[in-house]
Design a protein around this ligand. Structure first.
Ligand SMILES: Nc1ncnc2c1ncn2[C@@H]1O[C@H](COP(=O)(O)OP(=O)(O)OP(=O)(O)O)[C@@H](O)[C@H]1O
Ligand SMILES: [Mg+2]
Length: 262
């Protein structure tokens, strides 16, 4: 049976001010969802709250996966449950290569599955084969594996690295917050192609984006609009087109949300 990630009435404060004010969203394995919305509406806050970032105080609601509330779990436990957040490791890690980082991540996931049995980890040749296969699939130069994680990565390389992590870790649910990056047309296509190649019945994704073009590539079945800390509209790709044509202004009035500029 396919798993479901269910966000129920999630409320999150930052520095005591309410940012998320009751988010409801259900993502099934195999589904692709897009999350759009004006600047400052709470999209990244949702992504960070799901990672368990300490600055994001959950004041209400729950997020259910396999019958458990993941909000009560540590960040690494969430990741072992098969939840992947693209900005979980945004900082540069000097001295740790892309390959080492991925191998460690795979090992910690596998170790959890072995639960106490003697576990030696994925062998180096086996891991090298796996990594090469994923890099070939995504058209990433093998040299990339030897670079220090995120150190001096360009915006596009960071995104590609995220997609490589996604491909290697094979999570059940992935949340990709793309908004902060100025990807050029080629990088956008590479990231979109990468996500498309990884789409399968075992992966549910939530793609946060401002780019209609991204959605043209990805063809999500579901498009949601966040405004004022809530999801106020949900539909199909036609919703993204409507936002492209009309902007957010008509929706501010419709949903009684004040326009706030960051
Ligand atoms: N550390 C913080 N301290 C205070 N306010 C914050 C902090 N982080 C976020 N906020 C506020 O929370 C609100 C939601 O921000 P968030 O980053 O979730 O928006 P977003 O929808 O991702 O916007 P964008 O499209 O610009 O990425 C904004 O008003 C923002 O100023
Ligand atoms: Mg954001």
């Amino acid at each position: 049976m396919s798993a479901v990630l269910e966000i129920r009435n999630l409320h999150v404060n930052i520095n005591d001010s309410p940012i998320l004010k009751g988010v409801n969203l259900v993502i099934k394995q195999g589904e692709t969802h897009a999350l759009m919305g004006p600047n400052g509406s709470g999209k990244s806050t949702l992504a960070y709250a799901l990672t368990g970032h300490p600055s994001y105080e959950v004041t209400g609601g729950e997020v259910i996966l396999d019958g458990e509330n993941i909000l009560e779990m540590e960040a690494d436990e969430r990741s072992r449950m098969g939840l992947f957040l693209a900005f979980q490791y945004p900082v540069a890690v000097p001295g740790v290569t892309v390959a080492n980082f991925l191998r460690q991540a795979i090992n910690s996931r596998m170790e959890a599955q072995y639960e106490g049995e003697d576990f030696k980890g994925i062998s180096i040749p086996e891991f090298a084969r796996l990594l090469r296969a994923k890099m070939d699939m995504l058209g990433i130069d093998h040299k990339f594996a030897g670079r220090y994680l995120n150190e001096g990565f360009s915006g596009g390389e960071k995104k590609r690295n995220e997609i490589l992590q996604l491909a290697t870790l094979e999570p059940r649910f992935a949340i990709l917050d793309e908004t902060d990056s100025g990807l050029d047309i080629d990088a956008l296509r590479i990231v979109a192609d990468g996500v498309n190649k990884l789409k399968n019945e075992n992966l549910g994704t939530l793609i946060i984006t401002h780019y209609k073009r991204m959605l043209d590539y990805l063809q999500p079945q579901f498009v949601h609009m966040m405004m004022g800390g809530r999801i106020v509209e949900s539909g199909g790709p036609d919703l993204a087109q409507e936002i492209e044509d009309r902007g957010y202004e008509p929706y501010f009035a419709k949903h009684g949300v004040e326009i706030t500029e960051e």
